[in-house]
Write a protein that binds this ligand. Sequence first.
Ligand code: PCA
Length: 182
Amino acid sequence: MIGFLAITRLRETTNVCIVRFMSHKVFVYGTLKRNEPNHHWLTNKENGVSNFVGDGVTASKYPLIIATRYNIPFLLYSPGEGHYVKGDVYEVDDKMLSKLDILEDHPNYYIREMDDIKVFNQSTNKEEIIKCWVYFLKKFKPELLKRPTMESYSSAGPHQLPYMESSNESTIEDLDDVIVKK
Ligand code: PCA
């Protein structure tokens, strides 16, 4: 399915318009979800356009954990372990996708990959599987697999590990907490 067109008037005085396709689907499972600390990135018009598609769940199991001194959520790329993870699906334009890549420090920290996500289609009343971008942690330290895994993330959840806002500026130290060096 091709998303709707976002048409931006370039200048009031000209008829030049930028026509942008909402061509990317993103599954967010962590701080970008509704009611979570980084959700404002998706709603800030200066970052581009985003449109909520629906609730989603991963078609494969993955470990969803919290790590680093900043209590950051990560989906570890270890298919078959953990849970079928719940999150939100958004349709975003090129500009928003590149802003999210900056926030997630793709491809140095998280790695954005296409994966199968189950979403409930309200017009057909059926569950369908769609391909979405997902920010995974891939070269993670093996000990992270020993951490408790969650089906769904909330910064204010029972784990008592609230997300620390300062982690928006990722540092060498917090990368070292979770990623294996080459
Ligand atoms: N932000 C991204 C990846 C983890 C995070 O906190 C997300 O919500 O999907």
